[in-house]
Design a protein around this ligand. Structure first.
Ligand SMILES: [Zn+2]
Length: 66
């Protein structure tokens, strides 16, 4: 059994994906860098994830010493 990943929209085999940097938004506020993967044939987005390369940005002001 072999794994043949297919685009759910156009049915092409998904040997390549376009990787795009996008921003995760929570309630209108930008929260995290994300990566979007889309089919190179029809541009259907097949997946989005938090960018693992992004640096954590500590935003907890309460924890920061003044
Ligand atoms: Zn496609």
């Amino acid at each position: 059994m072999s794994i043949l990943g297919q685009c759910p929209k156009c049915g092409h085999r998904l040997l390549h994906v376009n990787v795009e940097q996008v921003v995760g938004v929570v309630e209108g506020e930008s929260k995290a860098r994300c990566l979007s993967y889309s089919c190179i044939h029809c541009n259907a987005v097949v997946g989005v994830q938090i960018d693992p390369r992004s640096k954590p940005r500590p935003r907890r002001r309460a924890d920061q010493p003044a």
